[in-house]
Design a protein around this ligand. Structure first.
Ligand code: AMP
Ligand code: MG
Length: 410
């Protein structure tokens, strides 16, 4: 069994995956989906010069000497509500009442807010006055949102490989993209294995435990925007495991993910099923927690075998499966949000790359990390108490209190 660094193991796994197919979806269904096309603006935004205030569209040159004590009177020649396109052209000494978002009339170069005029009546439905007194000077362009100020026609505004956020959806709507090309969600078949496992709603007989990994890992997959196909629990025998793998083949999934049964000695049934019908790579990865990592393929479908211990399965998912699902889903620039934190205590490590459960909070502007609970790989509660995984690099045996290290925020 080769000993690989975490990076080597991850690179080896990722090299076997390509993004899944794309599909066209109505914009309203695109949140959190990964864009499969570059989006170019067909038009300028905004598309026309418009007012950013309720006020009067004027010519700045007409009010150069305006002040509260000596207001400048302008003749109001038009009333421009939002949603209309004015046809007039302002001449010297003229103004047009204008609402926020309404198109600027020709000839006007600025908007004086109602507050800076004698017509400060904000009540809806008021009729525009015949004349308006202007109390202030104004600069050309003030309170005008000019055409193309936000972006120009032809600009690439969103790149393929981006996970669409709410604000992206809004911009796509502004650009009239009613249908968007996105990557399909990767379909991942999930199975647990072990004779000790019972369903969450089943009675717990002596010696049994609940199949929690199915829930943790399904939730991780959903958080990573994968479609989860739950295959259930395989018994510790060849036929039971094979039956579930066959189901995954029948369902044409993009990845088969299992937990447990990959520790040396106890994993033979997974190993023999995969070796009989596919290929098995079995690596020791220089990390903790994390027993050996199983990677291979079953009748052409890639397979990753996570450890059974709940925390090891979680960490293995975050380190290896999360980037795999991201790559399958077409996401570029994925990865975990990493920050530098100071350890509150001395941490001893065995030289493997370690992922420790920690609670990170700010103290006087500095992020400080405290390890949580019992760090044994079966103790899920300590992971629940944590909000970060503290990463102790390979080769480091001791992190003194106060030293900086990297943490992934969960
Ligand atoms: P194994 O890899 O099969 O030796 O399992 C390692 C440890 O993880 C054992 O304590 C198992 O009982 C536990 N385990 C395995 N599968 C699950 C699961 N689906 N949910 C919770 N614990 C599990
Ligand atoms: Mg087992």
């Amino acid at each position: 069994m080769p000993l690989l660094s975490v990076d080597e193991a991850r690179e080896r796994i990722l090299s076997h995956f390509q993004p899944v197919k794309t599909e066209s979806l109505p914009l309203g269904e695109c949140l959190n989906r990964v864009l499969a096309q570059d989006i170019h603006a067909a038009d300028d935004l905004p598309l026309f010069d418009n007012s950013s205030m309720d006020g009067f569209a004027i010519r700045a040159a007409d009010v150069v000497s305006a002040a509260h004590a000596s207001p400048r009177s302008l003749r109001v020649v038009a009333d421009i509500p939002a949603g209309t396109s004015p046809t007039i052209s302002l001449a010297e000494g003229e103004a047009a009442r204008i609402m926020t978002g309404a198109q600027m009339p020709h000839g006007a170069d600025s908007v004086i807010p109602v507050e800076d005029t004698d017509f400060s009546d904000h009540t809806a439905g008021t009729v525009a006055p015949e004349n308006v007194q202007i109390f202030k000077v104004i600069k050309v362009g003030e309170n005008v949102r000019s055409r193309g100020m936000d972006l120009h026609a032809g600009d690439t505004v969103l790149h393929a490989g981006r996970r669409l956020k709410p604000q992206d959806i809004g911009l796509l709507a502004m650009l009239g993209a009613s249908e968007v090309m996105v990557y399909q969600k990767p379909r991942v078949a999930l199975l647990s294995s072990g004779d000790e496992l019972v369903a969450v709603d089943a009675p717990l007989e002596k010696g049994k435990i609940r199949d929690s990994n199915s829930y943790t890992i399904a939730a991780l997959l959903e958080s990573a925007d994968a479609e989860v196909i739950r295959l259930g629990v395989a018994k510790d025998n060849f036929d039971s495991v094979k039956a579930l793998f066959e189901k995954a083949v029948y369902l044409r999934v993009d990845l088969i993910l299992s937990s447990a049964g990959v520790s040396v000695g106890a994993f033979d049934f997974v190993k023999s099923v995969i070796e009989t019908h596919g290929n098995m790579d079995f690596w020791r990865v220089n990390m903790r927690p994390g027993k050996p990592l199983a990677f291979g393929e079953y009748r052409g479908i890639p397979f990753i075998g996570l450890p059974g211990n709940p925390v090891s399965a979680f960490v293995g998912f975050e380190v290896f499966v999360h980037p795999t699902v991201q790559k399958l889903g077409g996401l570029l620039n994925g990865g975990k949000p990493a920050v530098r934190v100071r350890s509150a205590e001395e941490i001893n490590s065995d030289g493997r790359e370690s992922y420790l459960r920690a609670e990170v909070h700010e103290e006087n502007g500095i992020l400080v990390a405290h390890l949580t609970g019992h760090q044994g790989s079966g103790n899920l509660h300590s992971l629940v108490q944590a909000n970060a995984l503290l990463i102790i690099p390979a080769g480091v045996k001791c992190v003194p209190a106060g030293q900086e290290t990297t943490a992934w925020l969960l």
